[in-house]
Design a protein around this ligand. Structure first.
Ligand SMILES: [Zn+2]
Length: 207
């Protein structure tokens, strides 16, 4: 972990190398595990700012190892592995447990969306009492959505929208299909109700 596998290019004496991915000079430091790692030169930060598996601390002999104390001592500092800051490399998964939680939430979200859609489909078709619906003279239990849109009659006759009723029927049907699926389209019944002026009231007063 934390080890660059391809050898970097040595550009001068000492321990300065260039990163093969971005070309910037890096410190090539031996690790306790008899390997080596590229660290950001001159960067030394408080350990708690760095994800737990990536806190490189310097030992007395100059080698580095991953700091194993968790939670970290408040004053503990660590070095930062270059691959976490390299513009030429993809960031590794720094928080695997959050990644797992995000994936589980994605599955939950999908399950709940499916449950909601199924519930809406059932509610749309079975709002009434069994046996009270018929198609072609035959009682049916089909999940047929019935939508009633009620507006002032004048709203259907706006000069700027001469085909408002047809558009409302089409758009309402499309909205149901978006949620319930294409299979439902042929069964959707949309009723546009026009309310004459003076036939509605709010809080007991005609409006
Ligand atoms: Zn780099």
């Amino acid at each position: 972990m934390g080890v660059v596998e391809e050898g970097p290019v040595r550009i001068s004496a000492g321990q300065v190398f260039t990163c093969p991915c971005c070309g910037l000079p890096q410190d090539r430091v031996p690790t306790l595990e008899q390997d080596w790692v590229l660290l950001e030169p001159g960067v030394d930060v408080l350990a708690h700012l760095v994800p737990a598996e990536h806190r490189w601390i310097v030992l007395s002999d100059g080698r580095v190892t991953v700091y194993g104390v968790c939670p970290p001592d408040a004053q503990q500092r660590c070095r930062v592995e270059h691959r976490l800051a390299c513009a030429g490399q993809e960031l590794p998964d720094l928080w695997p447990w959050l990644t797992a939680m995000r994936e589980e939430n994605a599955r939950r979200s999908e399950r709940e969306a499916n449950t909601w859609a199924e519930g809406r489909a059932a509610a749309a078709g079975r709002g009434g009492v069994a046996g009270r619906r018929g198609i072609g003279g035959v009682p049916t239990e089909n999940d047929t959505p019935l939508v009633t849109l009620s507006m002032r009659e004048a709203a259907y006759h706006l000069p700027e929208a001469p085909d408002a009723p047809a558009q409302l029927v089409a758009a309402t049907t499309d909205a149901l299909v978006d949620v319930l699926g294409e299979d439902i389209r042929r069964q959707v019944i949309v009723t546009l109700v026009g309310v004459p002026d003076g036939r509605t009231g709010v809080a007991g007063t005609p409006a």
